[in-house]
Every structure is written in structure tokens, then in C-alpha cells.
Design a binder for this molecule. Structure first.
Ligand SMILES: [Zn+2]
Length: 83
């Protein structure tokens, strides 16, 4: 019997307080990567870069054949329900 993954909806902000995007996170724990398919309401203009302070907060990557953003440690904070 397999338990379905819980989805947590969180809001992701740059450390300069600029809103970046909403993310549907699969499972609990810290945010270290974002699958692009789970990103909603994306406010960034250049992928992985804060539209306000223009500091990169993530690197483009692929995880398990899914396009993703690898979050750079210490560059973002999240609000919302996160495990
Ligand atoms: Zn910023």
C-alpha cells in the first residue's frame, strides 16, 4: 500500500522580500529544488533571478528527467504550509 505524496502549497520569496512564485511542494522538508511543473504565479522575469534585486536565487537543472530549479541556499525564504 503506497501513501500518496502530500502536496504543500508555499509562497517563495527572495531574501530582499520580493515575491517570486507559488510552489506546490511534494512532501515535507526544506526547499532545495523546485520542479518547474509545480511552479504557479511566477513573478520572475528571468528564470532563477529575483526581479527586484536581480540576484540569482536558483540554478537551472534536471532532476529525475524533470526540469527543475536548484535553490541556492540562503537566497530565498518561504511562507505557507511546509512540512
Ligand atoms: Zn531579491
Amino acid at each position: 500500500m503506497s501513501k500518496p505524496n502530500r502536496i504543500y502549497t508555499i509562497d517563495v520569496y527572495c531574501i530582499c522580500r520580493q515575491y517570486l512564485f507559488r510552489y506546490r511542494k511534494e512532501g515535507g522538508g526544506h526547499l532545495v529544488k523546485c520542479f518547474k511543473s509545480n511552479i504557479d504565479k511566477d513573478e520572475t522575469r528571468k528564470e532563477g533571478t529575483c526581479p527586484s534585486c536581480e540576484v540569482p536565487f536558483a540554478k537551472d537543472t534536471v532532476i529525475k528527467n524533470r526540469p527543475a530549479l536548484q535553490i541556492i541556499k540562503g537566497r530565498v525564504f518561504v511562507r505557507g504550509h511546509h512540512g
